[in-house]
Design a protein around this ligand. Structure first.
Ligand code: IPM
Ligand code: MG
Length: 411
């Protein structure tokens, strides 16, 4: 299988190749690398550039990881693999076996974005989105952390009034491998009147709720200690169980303040008074919707990273996490150097923090992003009068300079 993928890859071999690890960044302004002492730690990272703007933002984030690693004594071995529409075009499936195997064998996975008009009318099993669901399921990453933080530099980019948006810092903990996305029975059928019917099943087992609840309580504990569980327990049985289990797990976390909210109210409260939320825990589909809503409070979905973690998050055992910006593949601006790479760069920071426990390296990247915004650089999606409009590459280069200059300041 691996051989067949490689053969099929040949015509576009520049797009997907196994890159040997490099100790030094190729950037002219990189400092002397940790090469003097040799890297102390090595990690293998699977890169899934995907479709649309995916390859552009992944290329920038990869450079940021490389440089940061060289400054922190970390060596990354990157392996780029096809996924989504690009994999469909190459080998006819959205998640080739080789891609899943490479992801499973690595320390962490960084994904760009998948999807595009070209594949919109494909049968379900041949949609790029199906590949995304398959890799989430394959890596068993049931806990999806989606932070929505309004940065002081970007308050003007929010569509909400300054006094509503300023200071918002919400973490949405979304259940990612269960619920209606995966529930059975599902499908299409014809009913007794000859009417075509489409159907899905919202289903949660107690263990699935318990484990996501624990991740959420742990997350809230490290934040402001407030957890709001969002459900539709006034109507749905799966939500009734959800509320009961979350309430039971709360006994393990007496230091965390738990509240419950129906999803329709939560959607309304998020735009009315988002500052009331600290950590939100919710099921797969409500989390999908609420995290997009929360992202817009921050000004742009182009800023928001995410981390998808498996049981390693609770047990500290190994098992690669999947890190991705929450934005889509934006085919309308693909290949035009207009994409905002910051969500992917911040996803790389989450990869370091949550995936590899390399907190110093993560902080270095986060600081570099803030520094770059402080310098007034903005891609189109976060542009406001008085700031400097730049493209994806220029934004990436500015972040690299900032990653680099922090070291000079520190020595
Ligand atoms: C997301 C996306 C995906 C989802 C799609 C692309 C399958 O909207 O990551 O939020 O619904 O989970
Ligand atoms: Mg979504």
């Amino acid at each position: 299988m691996a051989a067949s993928l490689r053969i099929n890859c040949k015509p576009v071999s520049t797009a997907f190749r196994v890159n040997p690890a490099s100790k030094c960044s190729r950037r002219p302004f990189s400092v002397s690398c940790a090469a003097a002492n040799g890297p102390q730690k090595r990690y293998s990272i699977t890169l899934l550039p995907g479709d649309g703007i995916g390859p552009e933002v992944i290329s920038v984030a990869k450079d940021v990881l490389k440089l940061t690693g060289s400054l922190e004594g970390i060596e990354f071995n990157f392996q780029e693999m096809p996924m989504g529409g690009s994999a469909l075009d190459l080998v006819g499936v959205p998640l080739p076996d080789e891609t899943l195997a490479a992801a499973k064998n690595s320390d962490a996975v960084l994904l760009g974005a998948i999807g595009g008009y070209k594949w919109d009318n494909n049968a379900k099993h041949l949609k790029p989105e199906t590949g995304l669901l398959q890799i989430r399921e394959g890596l068993k990453v049931f806990a999806n952390l989606r932070p929505a933080t309004v940065l002081p530099q970007l308050v003007e980019a929010s569509t909400l009034k300054r006094e509503v948006a300023e200071g918002v810092d919400v973490m949405v903990v979304r259940e990612l491998t269960g619920g209606i996305y995966f529930g059975k029975p599902r499908g299409f059928r014809t009913d007794e009147n000859g009417e075509e019917v489409g159907f899905n099943t919202e289903v949660y087992a107690a263990y699935e709720i318990d484990r996501i609840a624990r991740v959420a309580f742990e997350t809230a504990r490290k934040r402001q200690g407030r957890l709001c569980s969002v459900d539709k327990a006034n109507v749905l049985e799966a939500s009734m169980l959800w509320r009961r289990r979350v309430t039971a797990i709360a006994e393990e976390y007496p230091d965390v303040e738990l509240s419950h909210m129906y999803v329709d109210n939560a959607a309304m409260q998020l735009v009315r008074n988002p500052k009331q939320f600290d950590t939100i825990v919710t099921n797969n589909i409500f989390g999908d919707i609420l995290s997009d809503e929360a992202s817009m409070i921050t000004g742009s979905i182009g800023m928001l990273p995410s981390a998808s973690l498996g049981s390693s998050v609770l047990t500290k055992s190994r098992g690669p996490g999947l890190f991705e910006p929450i934005h889509g593949s934006a085919p309308d601006i693909a290949g035009q150097d207009k994409a905002n790479p910051l969500a992917t760069i911040l996803s790389a920071a989450m990869l370091l923090k949550y995936g590899l426990e390399e907190e110093d390296a993560a902080r270095r990247i986060e600081n570099a992003v803030l520094d770059t915004l402080n310098k007034g650089l903005r891609t189109g999606d976060i542009y406001s009068t008085g700031t400097k409009l730049v493209g994806c590459k220029e934004m990436g280069e500015a972040v690299l300079r900032s990653v680099d200059s922090q070291v000079h300041a520190a020595v």
